[in-house]
Design a protein around this ligand. Structure first.
Ligand SMILES: *Cc1c(COP(=O)(O)O)cnc(C)c1O
Length: 221
């Protein structure tokens, strides 16, 4: 099936309130243009350098999401245009994003990455750490970042029950944090669900899914 057919198929099966991020990492700009031409405007990349190169080549109404681990020394390259940064796993990263956002005279939206998988290889903070950040004075002073919600990645497994329980845990964590809403914490987004598990994620309350291979085919690294 073509990229266009894959997109149509996914769009027609997800509810209207769920945003589809087309994860285009490793894929050539011609593939992104094919998705763009069938109406897709939100793209996710996991390497800052690659995202910057694609941003420069492609139409300017694309919303670029950084979904990978954020290296603080590279934030400056994406600060002028990035639309949402999903993988915030420590306060230090937020501080640097705030600094670079300020230089660009804008507010950058971010999500806190919560660790929900068993695997040690996956990044993320606990719900408790997230709430400590959101309640802190240091965070309230960051005028150029806004936390819009949470992001998580389930364990890579065929075990449906386990994935269901990890996604439910993320939704519960999000619901618990919601009451901490402030001027720079506007909880609206639960980013969870990828090619193999997005239907389960939606069942558990996902509002944003990040789908790569189901749209663009397997990645060749
Ligand atoms: C690569 C990636 C995805 C998409 O993975 P697929 O299985 O190809 O859909 C989603 N989220 C993150 C954080 C990723 O790195």
């Amino acid at each position: 099936m073509s990229i266009q057919q894959n997109l149509k198929k996914i769009q027609s099966t997800i509810p209207d309130h769920v945003i589809l991020v087309a994860v285009s990492k490793t894929k050539p700009v011609s593939d992104l243009m094919e998705a763009y031409n069938s109406g897709q405007r939100v793209f996710g990349e996991n390497k800052i350098q690659e995202m910057v190169e694609k941003y420069e080549e492609l139409p300017k109404d694309i919303k670029w999401h950084m979904i990978g681990h954020v290296q603080t020394n590279k934030i400056k390259y994406m600060a002028s245009f990035v639309s949402l940064i999903h993988g915030i796993d420590r306060f230090k990263t937020l501080k640097e994003i705030n600094k670079q956002a300020k230089k660009n005279d804008r507010i950058i939206d971010c999500l806190l990455q919560i660790k929900i998988a068993e695997e040690d290889s996956k990044f993320g903070m606990s719900g408790k750490e997230a709430s400590e950040i959101l309640k802190s004075k240091e965070f309230s002073e960051l005028k150029n970042v806004r936390i819009k919600g949470v992001m998580g990645m389930a364990t890579f497994t065929d075990n449906h029950e386990q994935i269901l329980s990890e996604f439910s845990f993320l939704k519960t964590t999000f619901d618990g944090l919601k009451e901490l809403e402030t001027i720079n914490f506007k909880p609206e987004i639960v980013s969870m669900g990828m090619s193999d598990d997005y239907p389960i994620a939606i069942e558990c309350g996902s509002t944003m899914i990040r789908v790569g291979s189901r749209i663009f085919g397997e990645r060749n690294y």
